[in-house]
Design a protein around this ligand. Structure first.
Ligand SMILES: NC(=O)C1=CN([C@@H]2O[C@H](COP(=O)(O)OP(=O)(O)OC[C@H]3O[C@@H](n4cnc5c(N)ncnc54)[C@H](OP(=O)(O)O)[C@@H]3O)[C@@H](O)[C@H]2O)C=CC1
Ligand SMILES: O=C(CO)COP(=O)(O)O
Length: 333
């Protein structure tokens, strides 16, 4: 049974996920600011700007630039906007969202300055109760999913029935969704793994091999698990698809914008140069400082995020970043 679903933001993941929803039999409306993107999807079933690899998007997928028209009668509204702009973009939708619609975030980032997760930002921006907010997070590189390669994800909602409703809405022969009520865990996994991916990419770009990558990934996992648990997440979530799973995908693939951004830094580019050549938003960049701040707030050491913030703000080298990760004191792992 198809539902009316709206996706706010026709970036790479918003568009690929829109295709998943359409493949699952729903009637999908994409909302985007840029008229070129709206016209491309609506008139030619093609997003030449953000997802050119898909020649023809499904027929049951359309687009509009009109906010009220986009969300009218939608049962599920998916938000896929660059995290730092989510609050401001959603402010214009306040009052337009149907009263019983579930709002789903695909975003993986922490808001700078407030250090808030996307569940907090979305709920505040739309004045939304917890049981109508869901997060989706997992190893979901958009280009692979757009090519319909088999993949899985996790849908989190305080209300498990609503998580199941969202999961059912995005299930296809190639896309499997699990459910949880650990929204905080999903948010922390998705946001923090991007900082680790920046560091692994940087090490790879600088020419280091498997040992270095494994060291950063494992220490990154320990860091995001500790911070997540302190924020109220279930530590088990970090061993699942959204935690270890997404770390493996993101830290191992040049399709990841965060990995590639880091790799370019490791090859010697400046932050400005790496930003210029980035193929979409690298959420780990603005999220890094927010993770350091959140660590201070919650009393959890975040050595990897701290060293990456020095890379991004002070331009320290990869070797300096890695040697700064560990003190000289001998400790248990
Ligand atoms: N790509 C992936 O593989 C995955 C991405 N994600 C997460 O999904 C989120 C979106 O990523 P993705 O689609 O890939 O990113 P893109 O860089 O491809 O697109 C970013 C999107 O944000 C929109 N946007 C930026 N600023 C504003 C604004 N002020 N108002 C409204 N819209 C705005 C862009 O609109 P416009 O095009 O008009 O500029 C675009 O739709 C991120 O948080 C990312 O971490 C999660 C899983 C996988
Ligand atoms: O989150 C992702 C895969 O799960 C996508 O990673 P990037 O945002 O680094 O491309």
């Amino acid at each position: 049974m198809g539902r009316k679903v709206t996706v706010l933001g026709a970036g790479a993941w918003g568009t690929a996920f829109g295709q998943v929803l359409a493949d699952a039999g729903n009637s999908v409306t994409m909302w985007a600011i840029e008229p070129e993107i709206v016209e491309g999807i609506r008139d030619h079933h093609h997003n030449a700007v953000r997802l050119p690899s898909v020649e023809k998007l499904p027929d049951n997928m359309t687009a509009t630039g009109d906010r009220a028209e986009a969300v009218k009668d939608a049962e599920i509204i998916v938000v896929a906007i660059a995290a730092q702009f989510a609050r401001i973009a959603l402010a214009d939708f306040k009052g337009l969202i149907p009263e019983d619609a579930i709002v789903v975030s695909l975003m993986k980032g922490i808001e700078r300055k407030t250090n808030k997760r996307m569940d907090e930002v979305v709920r505040e921006a739309l004045d939304l109760p917890a049981d109508r907010f869901a997060a989706i997070s997992g190893p979901n590189l958009s280009k692979e999913i757009a090519d319909r390669h088999p993949a899985a994800t996790v849908v989190g909602c305080a209300n498990l029935d609503n998580a199941k409703k969202v999961a059912e809405t995005c299930t296809t022969s190639y896309f499997k969704a699990f459910v949880t009520n650990d929204v905080i865990g999903l948010e922390m996994c998705g946001s923090l793994k991007n900082v680790t991916a920046l560091a692994v990419g940087m090490a790879r770009g600088a020419g280091y091999g498997e040992n270095t990558a494994a060291m950063i990934e494992t220490r990154g996992l320990a860091e995001l698990t500790a911070l997540g648990a302190a924020a109220g997440a279930d530590p088990k979530t970090f061993a699942g698809l959204a935690g270890v799973g997404d770390l493996i995908a993101t830290c191992g693939s040049p399709l990841s914008r965060n990995y590639t951004f880091g790799s370019n830094l490791g090859k010697g580019m400046s932050v400005e140069e790496a930003t210029k050549v980035s193929n979409g938003v690298a959420e780990g960049v603005p999220t890094t400082d927010a993770v350091v701040a959140l660590g201070k707030e919650l009393g959890v050491p975040t050595p990897l995020a701290y060293q990456m913030s020095r890379v991004l703000n002070e331009g320290i080298s990869c070797a300096e970043m890695l040697s700064g990760l560990f003190g000289r004191e001998i400790t248990a792992e």
